[in-house]
Design a protein around this ligand. Structure first.
Ligand code: FAD
Ligand code: NAI
Length: 509
């Protein structure tokens, strides 16, 4: 009895302590401490963007060392790996957004945030020109932000390769607004296809969902869309069952070129079972409001130009440079041979500059443009800047001590200062010993629909390829753990439960 009683008491006390700890955590989260205002006497560090690279830098940066200014048209961080799930309502978009204001309010020293787009960076004058692109504009909607140090983390825009009609008729999948537009368009196509007296050919066209680009974005979206149809659409709108079709169009001979051959075959086989059509070796050349024109290469090498009618067209053919990045590259002679973005050195300094760094999709450091790379680059820069601040501080102390040594009244005092200088110099050497950026590849993961995922994982200096339902659970737990905050994790988890129990919402917003 006494053992039972003690076990009960211990459980009670542990639960109480746990609840207290969670409560304290929530209280701290809701009531951030006052922050010292930015100190203009310190160097101004301007960070462009609130994506993977910039936010990862801000997370680890000791903001009290600099006068930090963040500029981005997006006042939130977006967890892009789960964005394809927002196109069908498996996850609600707000669950993968984290307000940048909340995050910045928890930094030790205040950070200025301007919701604006950087339109031009004048490297010589050390000025960023910014524009308020939002709907509501004040009397002043464009101004300048001077910088001592600048980090460019503006990501990339959607590549269209100048193909006519893409921007007018296609939908992209990069931002929250894109996912919302796709969700609305899917439902619009389904409702319009069931309109009274609709022509059978037109029904077929409206229910033909075409995805261009067989990279991970295209593949994940096609998988999510087929899931939506299988689990929900055909139940609630049985009239569309016969004609609903998802087609993935890819110019190369196979989809997911960055994955191993075994996983490419597995993905293609899974798509076939899910009745998703894959059209490889098919290059889209023109887009109109109702069909795409694509050139496909037959087994005999002959090229055929065909028209593919569509109701929904999602364009996922990779990244292109943002105009502000292109313009900066033109100002720096050392960037003239770089095509895919800002060429950086091993410390992520933009080549040809001293005080400009670049992270993520806008930087070319010989790694794929992924969140994984951007996050590691951002974290590296935070360490670098924290160390630079420490170095400055130690150097100031050393200068002060050298003066003190000269003014020391006797040998004993001089010896004491000499010892202090030696200690500081040792610390300085330690602090300065920071190696260059090294990317550590953790692997690639992609959802391919019908509760299956593929993973190429780097493990114990080897590679390990796997696909299927177990990998899907791994995919889910990996992305859940990688979400920005506990709040995001809870919301995403609840969304998954909600869509499993009640199904996805088929109302059109
Ligand atoms: P972003 O995260 O795109 O952030 C750029 C920031 O700059 C944004 O805040 C933007 O608003 C801001 N900005 C834009 N223009 C300006 C301007 N002119 N001035 C100031 N700020 C500006 N990668 C993975 O590793 N794993 C995945 O599973 C994965 N899934 C993905 C799914 C989708 C649908 C997409 C689209 C991408 C996915 N990626 C994934 C790739 C990953 O999202 C990018 O590589 C990553 O976002 C790059 O980070 P970044 O910081 O360079 O840019
Ligand atoms: P991508 O560049 O990886 O793939 C684009 C595909 O479109 C290419 O295979 C290309 O051959 C094809 N294409 C280009 N033009 C075409 C045309 N006219 N007609 C037909 N096909 C055409 O682009 P994606 O998928 O948008 O990914 C961008 C980056 O984000 C990549 O680095 C990717 O690794 C990363 N990402 C990673 C994810 C993951 O790890 N799960 C998910 C989504 C993106």
């Amino acid at each position: 009895f006494s053992v039972l009683r003690w076990t009960w008491r211990l459980t009670y006390l542990t639960t109480l302590a746990g609840l207290g700890w969670v409560g304290y955590g929530i209280w701290i989260m809701r009531n951030p401490e006052d922050q010292p205002e930015p100190d203009p006497s310190k160097k101004t560090l301007v960070i462009l963007g609130t994506g993977w690279g910039a936010v990862s830098l801000l997370k680890k940066l000791d903001t009290e060392n600099y006068n930090v200014v963040v500029v981005s048209p997006r006042n939130y961080f977006l967890f892009t790996p789960l964005l394809p799930s927002c196109t069908t309502g498996t996850i609600e978009h707000r669950s993968i957004m984290e307000p940048i204001r909340n995050f910045l309010r928890h930094k030790k020293a205040a950070v200025k945030f301007y919701e604006a787009e950087a339109t031009k960076i004048d490297y010589e004058k050390r000025i960023v020109y910014i524009n308020d692109e939002s709907e509501i504009k004040g009397d002043i909607s464009s101004t300048e932000v001077p910088f001592d140090m600048l980090v460019v983390g503006v990501g990339a825009e959607n590549a269209t390769f100048g193909i006519p009609g893409v921007r007018e008729h296609g939908l992209f999948l990069k931002e929250v607004g894109d996912a919302q537009r796709i969700r609305t368009r899917i439902m619009d196509c389904c409702e319009t296809a069931t309109f009274k007296d609709q022509d059978p050919e037109e029904i077929k066209r409206l229910l033909h969902m075409v995805v261009v680009g067989g990279g991970p974005t295209g593949v994940e979206f096609a998988g999510e869309l087929q899931d939506f149809f299988n689990s929900d659409l055909k139940k609630w709108i049985p009239d569309i069952t016969e004609n609903f079709q998802v087609t993935l169009v890819e110019a190369l001979p196979n989809v997911l070129p960055m994955f191993s051959k075994q996983l490419i075959d597995y993905t293609e086989k899974t798509f076939k079972e899910e009745t998703i059509t894959i059209r490889t070796k098919t290059m889209v050349k023109n887009v109109t409001d109702k069909y795409i024109e694509a050139e496909s290469t037959g087994p005999d090498g002959k090229k055929i130009l065909e028209r593919i009618p569509y109701g929904l067209l999602v364009w996922a053919t990779g990244n292109a440079l943002r105009p502000v990045v292109k313009d900066l590259m033109m100002q720096i002679p050392a960037q003239k041979d770089s095509r895919r973005g800002l060429a950086v050195n091993e410390y992520l300094v933009v080549k040809g500059t001293e005080n400009v760094w670049a992270v993520g999709d806008c930087a070319v450091a010989n790694y794929a443009p992924t969140a994984q790379v951007a996050a590691q680059e951002g974290a590296f820069l935070a360490r670098l800047f924290n160390q630079m601040a420490k170095t400055n501080e130690i150097e100031k102390q050393l200068a002060h001590l050298s003066e003190a040594q000269e003014k020391a009244p006797n040998k004993e005092a001089r010896d004491q200062v000499f010892t202090d200088i030696k200690d500081l110099q040792k610390r300085l050497r330690r602090v300065k010993r920071m190696g260059p950026f090294e990317y550590s590849h953790q692997g690639s993961l992609a959802y391919i629909g019908s509760e299956k995922a593929v993973a190429d994982i780097s493990w114990l200096s080897g590679n390990f390829a796997t696909g299927g339902t177990l990998t899907y659970f791994f995919w889910r737990s990996a992305y859940l753990s990688m979400c920005f905050s506990t709040r995001n994790r809870i919301l995403v988890g609840l969304d998954w439960i909600k869509s499993k129990i009640f199904g996805r919402d088929v109302s059109r917003e």
